[in-house]
Each structure stands twice: as C-alpha cells, then as structure tokens.
Design a protein around this ligand. Structure first.
Ligand code: HSE
Length: 306
C-alpha cells in the first residue's frame, strides 16, 4: 500500500475529573488525512484545507509527530501528508491531537505496522508538545485507541482502554471563541489541597467503575471536577448556565471539554443527548454567541481507514 485516507476523530480530554489522564473519542466529528509514501526522505505537508495552519514540517503537529516516528525506523523514504481540517484549532476537542495521531497512525499502516499503539501515542505526544508546550496524552490516546482511555502513568507511559457502555452519547457545544491550551494551562494553580485531591480521585475511580459496570448514574455522579473547572470556567461565557440546563435536560453530567471553550455532556441514549444539545444551544442563542453543536456516539475504534 502506497497511500491511505484516514478518519482522525475529535476527542474530549479530561472528562471532568481526569485532568491530563482521561479522554474519549467521538464519532460525529473528525479530520481527514491522506498520507502517501514518497521516495524522497522526510515529511512534506503538501496541502491543508479548512484552516490556515503551517505547511512547514517543523511547525506543524503532524510533521513533528511524523518525524518522531521516522527517526525511530530504518525506512529510507518519506511521506507526503494532506490534511483536511474539520476540527477547529483552539476548540477544545483535540484538533492538534487528531493531526498528530492521524499522521503517525497512517504512516504505521503504510509501513505495515512496525510500531505498537503505545509507541504511536509517544510519537503523537511530540505534536502535542509543539501545540501546547506540554506532551499530554489524553487526546492522542483516545484518538488512537478509540473509546475511553486512561493514562495511568506518563513515566513509563501506560495507557488503559476503558469499556464504553453501549447507550452512552456525548453532546458537545463549541462557542465560537478561541482558547489556546497553552493559555488555559498557565492560569491553573500549581498545587492542590489534600481535601480536593481526595474528592478528585474518588470521582476518577467512580467514573472508571461506572464505565466498566455500565452504571450510568455512577458515571453521572462522578463527572465532577474540583480542581481545574472552577478556574477555567471563567474563560467560557454562559458556562454555569449551560451546565445547569444540561442536567435539567436529563444529561448524566457535563464539564469543560479539554481546555475549552467547548462544553461536553454525557447522556444515556440519543434522545437525551439531542435534548441536551437543544438546551445548550438555547443559552448561546440568548447570549448571542455563535456555536457549533454535535451529538455523537462514542467512537470505540479510534483512527480508521476511509
Ligand atoms: N489535558 C489537557 C488540558 C487537554 O486540559 O490542558 C487539552 O486538550
């Protein structure tokens, strides 16, 4: 195989309580990438549609992640990458992760899979480091593994795929303001109290147990963030109102998607997820902020060929 077209899913990182460790992949929105083997060594980004992003390999997350992979194998050729962006940068649903993970996944397929998924996460994290200054894995892991993922440890990297209850749906609303991950990380406190830590890891354990037990109420009770959300929510207009209206609409719980400004909710069943989307949309219609809204099944397979 010389060329491959890939669906690169959007992702929700953190999932409220799991800052930098939890994430999930979406089915309804993602980028498309076309990667071709070339005789010429190195990586060339030949085309980007949908967004104005750098074509220069070292300035592009797909280029940097791809080079990290190339440096670890004895393949003497190179790759040409086309990126068709559907996920807006700065939206909080893993735009950089989709490109970085998509590039390395496609290259690994074209090279007949010399690397494990965990190794691919490692390469893709180099792209995240370029985008936000920190090599976090909570978007690239679900983009590559699919479903829900837990980064149990960064050193050494240890990623666990978590069960996806079949009736779970995500609703995501993206108010059209841009929040850079690097900026929304700078405002976070450097230390947390033991009291907040206890509440937070109770919820992380609760969420993981809820997902495996397919206990939707436990999932909902665990979607609470005592550490990051109180700080970051100040950057998102209408946040508190959106949160309370999603619960009234029947969602299990909601929170900031990644570093924002998107807000996500999880629901049992598509109907509730759609009602939640309407409730969220109403708030932004009232305050006069434009938005995109998505209702999506959880994407349990991650990156895939199209
Ligand atoms: N865990 C990262 C953050 C995700 O919240 O900064 C960014 O999408």
């Amino acid at each position: 195989m010389k060329r491959i077209s890939v669906f690169c899913p959007a992702t929700i990182a953190n999932i409220s309580c799991g800052f930098d460790v939890l994430g999930l992949a979406l089915e309804a929105i993602g980028d498309e990438m076309i990667v071709t083997k070339t005789e010429e060594p190195g990586i060339r980004i030949s085309k980007i549609t949908g967004q104005a992003l750098p074509l220069e390999t070292m300035d592009n997350v797909a280029g940097v992640a791809g080079l990290a992979l190339l440096n670890q194998c004895d393949y003497e050729g190179g790759f040409e990458i086309e990126i068709h962006k559907k996920i807006k940068p700065g939206s909080g649903i893993g735009s950089s992760a989709a490109s970085a993970a998509g590039a390395v996944w496609a290259m690994n397929e074209l090279l007949e899979q010399p690397f494990t998924q965990l190794e691919l996460v490692n390469f893709a994290m180099q792209g995240e480091a370029l985008a936000s200054g920190v090599a976090h894995a909570d978007n690239v892991a679900p983009a590559l593994f699919g479903g829900f993922t837990l980064v149990r440890s960064y050193e050494p990297l240890d990623i666990i795929k978590i069960n996806t209850p079949p009736e779970l749906y995500a609703t995501v609303i993206h108010p059209q303001i841009e929040v850079k991950t690097s900026d929304s990380r700078k405002i976070l406190k450097r230390s947390i109290s033991l009291k907040d830590g206890i509440k937070q890891w109770g919820n992380v354990g609760g969420l993981i147990a809820g997902l495996f037990l397919e206990d939707y109420d436990l999932i909902g009770r665990s979607l609470v963030d005592h550490i990051v959300e109180p700080v970051r929510s100040m950057l998102i207009p209408g946040f508190n109102e959106v949160k309370s209206e999603t619960i009234k609409a029947g969602a299990l719980g909601s929170g900031i998607s990644g570093s924002g400004p998107s807000i996500f909710a999880l629901s049992k069943g598509k109907e509730t997820a759609e009602r939640t989307a309407d409730a969220m949309s109403k708030i932004y219609n009232n305050i006069g902020v434009e938005y995109d809204v998505y209702v999506s099944k959880i994407n349990t397979i991650g990156m895939h060929k199209i």
